[in-house]
Write a protein that binds this ligand. Structure first.
Ligand code: ATP
Length: 252
């Protein structure tokens, strides 16, 4: 469902944020995209969702080339960015209607779909309020509801759990599983290894723009030895955290 073929992104100033990355994510999968700060996760996600074009390489979503036919390719995607919503002056419901207009959601499906999502994420009470009165978590829930409102096959979620309360995080994880089990795809980035270990069918670990590992956590254990995903991740990314001397924090 997602095909990234040798994609590279070089930003101005010659920053090679993503370097010749290839990855296939199948239908029925929850794929977790992991990597340290600045590794290239958001850049990859922006290329995958057509927000930016790769310097080199090809992105296909459901077989459609993102650069050649962006409107069709994007119609398959529900994307939640890592940044807050920009249309802060709109009311929540106005924003949702705007998104559903863009994706041409039939009128008869709108109320039913939105009411369920608002109920599940406990946002019904605030839907007629302006977005600039929402808390960070409420904005995140609204972004999620908007992204899911057109029933996209491919969910692309950049750090979706951060900022959600435990109940909403639980509901989202259940929704992700249901979506994948129905033959769709969920691609999400996270820094929370416990979530990745529990939720993902496969993971990818990116470091300095290069994909260092793709596979299941079990496959990673076979290569790197036993341990939690956090320990394996630190091993793959060659973190030297065990060498850090924290005693200076206690010295007066
Ligand atoms: N618009 C830009 N112009 C120049 N460099 C950029 C731009 N956006 C990102 N970068 C650089 O590209 C690299 C990858 O950044 P990116 O945001 O993709 O990382 P990330 O893995 O999502 O990080 P984080 O976990 O901190 O969100 C970093 O070195 C970053 O400074």
């Amino acid at each position: 469902m997602i095909s990234l073929m040798n994609i590279t992104k070089i930003y101005s100033g010659n920053v090679r944020a993503v370097d010749n990355l290839s990855l296939e994510v199948r239908s029925g999968e929850i794929f977790g995209f992991l990597g340290p700060n600045g590794a290239g996760k958001t850049t990859t996600i922006k290329m995958l969702t057509g927000v930016i074009e790769p310097t080199q390489g090809t992105v296909k979503v459901c077989g459609v080339n993102m650069v050649k036919d962006p409107v069709t390719a994007k119609s398959f995607i529900g994307y939640v960015a890592d940044e807050p919503l920009v249309m802060e002056k709109l009311k929540g419901i106005e924003y949702l209607n705007f998104i559903m207009n863009v994706f041409q959601v039939p009128k008869d499906l709108r109320t039913q779909r939105i009411e369920r999502l608002l109920e599940d994420f406990k946002l019904s009470h605030a839907i007629t309020d302006p977005i600039n009165t929402y808390s960070h978590g409420m904005k995140q829930k609204l972004s999620l509801i908007a992204a899911l409102s057109h029933n996209p096959k491919v969910w692309v979620l950049d750090e979706p759990i951060v900022g959600l309360d435990p109940e909403s995080a639980f509901i989202l994880k259940k929704m992700m599983r249901n979506h994948a089990n129905s033959g769709n795809t969920v691609f999400f980035s996270t820094h929370v290894m416990e979530i990745a270990e529990r939720v993902c069918d496969r993971i990818g670990i990116i470091q300095k723009g290069k994909l260092e590992f793709v596979g299941t956590v079990e496959e990673l254990r076979k290569i790197k030895g036993s341990g939690t995903l956090e320990e394996l991740f630190l091993e793959v990314t060659k973190s030297e955290i065990e060498k850090i001397d924290f005693s200076y924090l206690d010295n007066n």
